[in-house]
Ligand binder design. Structure first.
Ligand code: CA2
Length: 151
């Protein structure tokens, strides 16, 4: 059975590559998708790649990944990272490893971005690596799963 990693993107990430290149670079979300598919393939995974501007839809997808027993979730929750208790609850409730990713270094930005409600319930967090962080998250997930399987 195919091992399908969910890569979920939150609000405004559909605009990637069109604005704020000094913060987010010039790559588009399509480029991120390709990067994720290439990284996943190297580990024998496939990718379900989605973006939504709606909190509830992201929560539904986290629950869907759980119900389908996906190997894990890579989540860039965008601005909801800093505001959403509901997303945090969804991440805490799912039994799969969730890797939190941010393109920018949220700790080098405004104070309100320093708090992530997701970090305490995520299995790992990556930020500041640009879009390469998505590939690193998939590599990290694969390494975690390989370790788990050996136990
Ligand atoms: O650095 C990240 O990946 C963020 O999750 C991006 C969020 C921001 O609220 C987080 O603090 C950090 C914002 C996503 C908006 O993306 C845009 C991309 C291009 C142009 C405008 C917005």
């Amino acid at each position: 059975m195919a091992k399908i990693v969910y890569v979920l993107n939150g609000p405004n990430l559909n605009l990637l590559g069109t604005r704020e290149p000094q913060t987010y670079g010039t790559a588009t979300l399509r480029d991120v998708e390709k990067l994720c598919r290439d990284a996943a393939r190297r580990h024998g995974f496939e990718v379900e790649f989605r973006q939504s501007n709606h909190e509830g839809e992201l929560i539904d997808w986290i629950q869907e990944a759980g119900a389908k027993k996906a190997p894990g979730i890579v989540l860039n929750a965008g601005g909801y990272t800093h505001s959403s208790i509901a997303l945090r609850d969804a991440v805490a409730a799912v039994t799969l490893p969730v890797i939190e990713v941010h393109i920018s270094n949220i700790f080098a930005r405004e104070d309100f971005r320093h708090l992530s409600h997701l970090a305490p319930v995520a299995r790992g967090t990556l930020c500041g690596f640009g879009i390469a962080g998505y590939g690193l998250a998939i590599d990290g997930l694969a390494a975690m799963l390989a370790t788990t399987r050996k136990r």
